[in-house]
Ligand binder design. Sequence first.
Ligand SMILES: *[C@@H]1O[C@H](CO)[C@@H](O)[C@H](O)[C@H]1NC(C)=O
Ligand SMILES: *[C@@H]1O[C@H](CO)[C@@H](O)[C@H](O)[C@H]1NC(C)=O
Ligand SMILES: *[C@@H]1O[C@H](CO)[C@@H](O)[C@H](O)[C@H]1NC(C)=O
Length: 399
Amino acid sequence: MASRLVFCIAIVLIFLWSVADAFVYSPPKIFNVVNYGARADGNTDDSQAFLRAWSDACQWKGSSTVLIPGGTYMLHSITFSGPCLGEMTFFIRGTLKAPTIPALFFTDTWIGFHSVDNLTVTGSGYLDGQGASAWHYNDCFKNSQCLPLPSSLRFDFIRNSKIQYLSSINSKKVHINLFACNNIDISYVRVSAPENSPNTDGIHIGASTNIKISRVSIGTGDDCISMVSGSQNIDISEVICGPGHGISIGSLGKGSQNHNVMGISVRNATFWNTENGVRIKTWSPSWSSLASNISFQNIIMKNVGNPIIIDQKYCPHCPPSGGESVSKVQIRDVEFNDISGTSSSKVALSLQCSKLVPCQNVKLVDIDLAYKGLGVLAIASCSNVIGTSYGIQNPGGCL
Ligand SMILES: *[C@@H]1O[C@H](CO)[C@@H](O)[C@H](O)[C@H]1NC(C)=O
Ligand SMILES: *[C@@H]1O[C@H](CO)[C@@H](O)[C@H](O)[C@H]1NC(C)=O
Ligand SMILES: *[C@@H]1O[C@H](CO)[C@@H](O)[C@H](O)[C@H]1NC(C)=O
């Protein structure tokens, strides 16, 4: 009788234990890359140690942190994949360094995250892409040796995640690249690369939704932030850009698989010495798609070329006699509101829309842009635009 009771109790305990194992998460745990063999000597490739730490952290049923303590870590191309069993934090306190030997960098990713939910990448550390070793391979128009180069940080199929308190310097190509992501918060991020470094966009967004970017500072050789096909519900605020090419929607319309771009808001931004300010550009000729519900608000321009620009004739390196090619991307519901400062080009406001599908419902509200040249007024130039204007219009005469 007693033995049967003990047996029953044992069965019940085993049952409870397995239920607990399935439903109750373990306490948070830290996985320090140094304990997985990372050398942090700035020279030895620490990728395998990082991958082992990630793998254990990812299998931990609870929140886990991959910790990269102070020090300099050389990492070859590496991707951290999910799905993981719990929330993940990738805490970079040290400096991560990319290789400078060409055989090690002809790939599209330096540090990638793939298919992870509830990921936080943070820690006040530095990512040094060592781009100077690679930029000369990157100018496809000038260099027949043009080869694929890696984005410093790539996020593919990442959801409900945060990228915060990081510095990315001298990426070989895009600094932070988001593809097919949803619900990402990027804040307190700094990007820095030389003004003449090619294709080094700060943040590049494609096919992603519900992205919030705030309190970032980006000085680089290409776009500060660029948003292409399928970017929807993107909220950008408190951004400082410069040098670089400004904030850009596009280029749109290049491929047949074009998804619409909708719900983009850029607020409280400052541009310093950038080649453009806020820009929408579409290829000409192009496939058809829609770019709508876009607003640029409360923006300061300091010595910016093309502070406000819609360019539906984008085709660098096209033969000059491009013929009658037109863009089929429909741009509508776009507001430029409270944009002031100085333009380094005479045409401070340029809206060049498609002859085939003119821009619809464009609003200009309180625009005050002065040309830097002495005694010369800034001018506006617009074609194929339907819209309205209110308040200050300097330069005026467009709508
Ligand atoms: C991510 O967070 C959501 C919402 O809190 C939760 O439902 C989901 O289980 C989490 N997934 C992981 C892998 O932590
Ligand atoms: C326009 O986009 C904003 C985000 O920028 C969104 O909150 C709003 O609902 C959108 N409006 C329409 C009519 O889609
Ligand atoms: C943007 O700036 C305005 C005016 O300077 C301020 O009232 C508002 O709170 C700011 N918004 C954000 C999101 O910083």
